[in-house]
Design a protein around this ligand. Sequence first.
Ligand SMILES: *Cc1c(COP(=O)(O)O)cnc(C)c1O
Length: 332
Amino acid sequence: MATDATDGLLQMMEPDFDDVCRAAQRLQGQAHHTPILTSRTVNERVSAEVLFKAEHLQRIGAFKFRGAWNAIARLDEQQRRRGVLAYSSGNHAQAVALAAREQQTTATIVMPEDAPPAKLAATRAYGARVVLYDRYNEDREAIASDLAEREALSLIPPYDHPDVIAGQGTAAMELFKEAGEIDTLLVCLGGGGLLAGSALVARQLSPHCRLIGVEPEAGNDGQQSLARGEIVTIPAPRTLADGAATTHLGHLTFPIIRREVSDILTVSDTALTRTMRFFAERMKQFVEPTGCLAAAALLEGLIDVSNQRVGVLISGGNIDPDRYARLLTEQA
Ligand SMILES: *Cc1c(COP(=O)(O)O)cnc(C)c1O
């Protein structure tokens, strides 16, 4: 399971399906069991049966609550007394802040100074201490690990941690348990916590499921990594999909993704705003740009799914309403 003390080194181990099952038990009554949404318009457009897992309706407005809750639930008493630390461009920050407060610990969050104002405000509103940094010139991982060491805080990484990956996998677990086997599952990809967690579940509950990751065009490090067979690091990408603006996959997420994922597709910012509009207009759903990645790949026709059952993860809905309105207006 999570840690292995061989050679006195605390080494992170790859999580497995049983870890996702245990995470699901811990999340019972804490996270929402989010609905599956369907649309005849979508089904007709892509000649398939499409099931949207609505994680924008999850607590804090994104699936990140699952991994954060699970990771904090695994801490011991002493660790909880000292507090937790996270670095995030937004949703993970809110998730750790809320899960920390509800599990009687305190959260410090390292966030980029240009993070969406709604995400900064929400994180502070959940009672977290926020430490800002410049995401184009400073290394958030270095800042976070310095702070963690100085104050003996437990670091909860946004994706590269077995308990986080296992927690994120519970979203796909709900989808498969409710809907049965699926032919193709499309999952947005940042650092790969959601995709890796989904892969662990798919392999058990729907073994023939084709897994596809979807990244922003400007930040296709995952696609490059899969092609090269090693983790490729890119400069901080500028994309509307701020939740997937990661520079590299994780040491835990990459091997799982490499083994289980068939393909990684990319979508442009304009495809993301078109998809936001589609969700608003046709499905009455308020979805942030990053949350649209997987759906955009489908709706833009990047993949043939005819006559299949297709799962699409909608990952989040946190965006300032003013900015949301501006994006839809500019695009019109
Ligand atoms: C974090 C996040 C992602 C990317 O998830 P990873 O686990 O880093 O791949 C996608 N969408 C939203 C809304 C997110 O908050």
